[in-house]
Design a protein. Structure first.
Length: 117
């Protein structure tokens, strides 16, 4: 009998693969596994080995938490924001970090004012 957790994980793998416009055969080749094995992982019929799981996370640019539990917000950051940061140069990433620090300070001050601390 199929375990629902593996079916769900397989669905997330397939969904993410399609978001990245990667064909199943291409993903299988990148992972150095057969297309049949890749299909079985995506349908939840087989569990990926730890090595394949780690490589899946790398190739699909997702966190293990996303594949295992479906968390789309690693560390409360939407995945699309992280992906966009990968396209930025180091100076732009530093600028984004400074902006985020300003937002954190602003929200911290608001929270403190709202809670009389």
């Amino acid at each position: 009998m199929l375990n629902q957790h593996y079916i769900d994980m397989g669905y997330r793998i397939k969904l993410r693969r399609k978001e990245l416009k990667i064909k199943q055969i291409e993903l299988a080749e990148l992972l150095d596994i057969s297309t049949n094995h890749m299909s079985s992982i995506e349908t939840g019929k087989q569990k990926p080995s730890m090595d394949i799981f780690i490589n899946l996370c790398d190739v699909l640019k997702v966190t293990p938490d996303y594949l295992l539990m479906g968390s789309m917000h690693p560390s409360n950051v939407p995945l699309n924001i992280l992906e966009k940061l990968y396209l930025c140069n180091q100076a732009d990433v530093k600028l984004a970090e400074s902006f985020i620090e300003l937002l954190v300070d602003r929200n911290k001050t608001k929270w403190n004012n709202d809670n009389f601390i």
